[in-house]
Design a binder for this molecule. Structure first.
Ligand SMILES: Cc1ncc(COP(=O)(O)O)c(C=O)c1O
Length: 461
């Protein structure tokens, strides 16, 4: 399949409305009737809401029950005009942000000295932490060419941070268990290292790195250690309480100096809220921005953004309060049980091999056949799974949507069918060749192609 053909598959998947809802190119000369606009919006969203509501999507919507969503939306509506950039106008947001940070920190063993801030998502929290370590290294150690040591499975946001902030990402391999290889971590730390990173758990396989050992080494070398608990921070503590063997990963380990954790994943709050926590208040200060000579007045911000949606802060705060420990625990119980059921069932399907051990993710590969073909067959049955690479694999991040009656059984039935189809049928087109691309094409060509995909998505050419 050539690139033109691949691009046309992308067009079909990412711009399905070009014919049915013709693109709008400029503001309407006269404002449209609000009822009609809402009707259009409803029709657009209705086309796609069944996917996630019925549990066909990996990750993405972690809760999604109508009453829960309605409550968060009410909280958002109450604060929809607010902006944390103006704490004098809305001191209520200062209180709410402080409390979101405090509740999150308490969940992760944070004592009195742990401080943090709210950001827009896991990526921003990671960017902020990496910038803080870079500045710390320069100030305290005179490191002008900073390096961060991280396993290959660490979220790509770390690579993005390194790219933005002039840090060298020193990646280390994972072992057979798909957790960071300790010997490689030890030997990668050098005089330019400003921080070591581990995941709890990593996105691809849902595996927790050996955070205790990694953070001890970092501590011994006098450098920072960042736990990326964006995915796991709001579910692993309950998993542990419920008897799952979860390795230590949080502030209870003295070497852990920062944690990124996302209320907008297993914290079940609307998208747009993450927290970044530090054991040392001085590190937090490295992410502040303050300006006192700007003609626009005194300016300060705690994260990358300037203006921010206070409605999301209110929705997150209200959701956390309304769920409480008991609410989180009982949802976690369901998700953990469903993950176990899916993993056990998948492992029994001939040809399917699980990748790594996880409480919340079912990652698998199919050594006898192209796993991306299996993924494509799954998508023909309505599933939206995540394609993994290096090595090829597919995963389902289990959410409350998958705990609905019949969903895990449907997943397993469809997976059994998809494996049989992939084994027998000729290669299906779809997105399968795109996932396989990185294995077969030069990196430059893949990057060029992906940039064209983005152009196409938003501009239609
Ligand atoms: C382990 C991990 N870290 C970071 C992120 C980035 O989070 P976000 O998409 O909110 O930027 C993710 C997202 O899935 C993740 O799984």
């Amino acid at each position: 399949m050539d690139l033109e053909e691949l691009l046309s598959v992308v067009q079909e998947r990412f711009r399905p409305y070009d014919q049915t809802f013709p693109p709008i190119r400029k503001l309407p000369a006269r404002g449209a009737n609000q009822r009609e606009v809402l009707a259009l919006l409803t029709r657009l969203l209705r086309e796609e809401e069944g996917r996630w509501k019925k549990g066909y999507v990996s990750g993405a919507v972690y809760h999604g029950e109508p009453a829960h969503t309605r409550f968060a939306t009410q909280a958002y509506a109450l604060a929809s005009q607010t902006n944390p950039l103006h704490p004098d106008v809305w001191p209520s947001l200062v209180k709410m942000e402080g409390e979101i940070v405090a509740m999150t920190s308490a969940l992760l063993g944070g004592g009195d000295s742990v401080r943090g801030a709210v950001s827009s998502g896991g990526t921003e929290s990671i960017l902020l932490a990496m910038k803080a370590y870079r500045d710390w290294g320069r100030e305290k150690r005179g490191i002008t060419e900073p390096e961060v040591v991280l396993p290959v499975t660490a979220h790509v946001a770390f690579d993005k941070a390194c790219h933005y902030f002039g840090i060298r990402a020193k990646t280390v391999p994972v072992g057979a268990d798909l957790a960071a290889d300790m010997e490689s971590v030890k030997s990668a730390i050098g005089p330019r290292t400003v921080a070591v990173v581990g995941s709890a758990p990593c996105f691809p396989y849902g595996v927790v790195d050996p955070i205790r050992a990694m953070s001890e080494v970092a501590h011994d070398q006098g450098v920072g250690f960042h736990t990326d608990a964006c995915l796991g921070g709001f579910i692993l503590p309950w998993a542990r309480e419920l008897g799952v063997a979860v390795p230590d990963f949080d502030f209870r380990l003295p070497g852990v100096t920062s944690i990124s954790v996302d209320p907008h994943k297993y914290g079940f709050v609307p998208k747009g809220i993450s927290t970044i926590l530090y054991s040392d208040p001085d590190l937090l200060r490295k992410q502040y921005y303050v300006a006192n000579r700007w003609p626009g007045g005194i300016y300060f911000s705690t994260s990358l953004a300037g203006s921010r949606p206070g409605g999301l802060v209110a929705a997150a705060w209200a959701t956390m309060l309304s769920l409480g420990a008991d609410g989180y625990r009982s949802i976690a119980r369901k998700i953990l049980a469903t993950t176990r059921r899916i993993r056990t069932g998948a492992a029994k399907i001939p040809g399917v091999e699980l990748m790594g051990d996880s409480a919340i993710v079912a990652a698998f590969t199919t050594p006898r056949m192209d796993v991306y073909q299996v993924m494509e067959q799954m998508s023909r049955r309505g599933w939206f799974l995540n394609g993994l690479q290096n090595p090829p694999g597919v995963h389902l991040a289990v959410t409350l949507r998958h705990t609905l009656p019949g969903v895990s059984a449907r997943f397993l039935t469809d997976l059994r069918w998809a494996v049989r189809m992939a084994e027998r049928a000729p290669a299906a087109a779809g997105l399968a060749p795109i996932y396989g691309m990185a294995e077969t094409m030069p990196a430059d060509a893949v990057e060029e192609f992906l940039s064209s995909v983005i152009d196409w998505m938003y501009h239609g050419s």
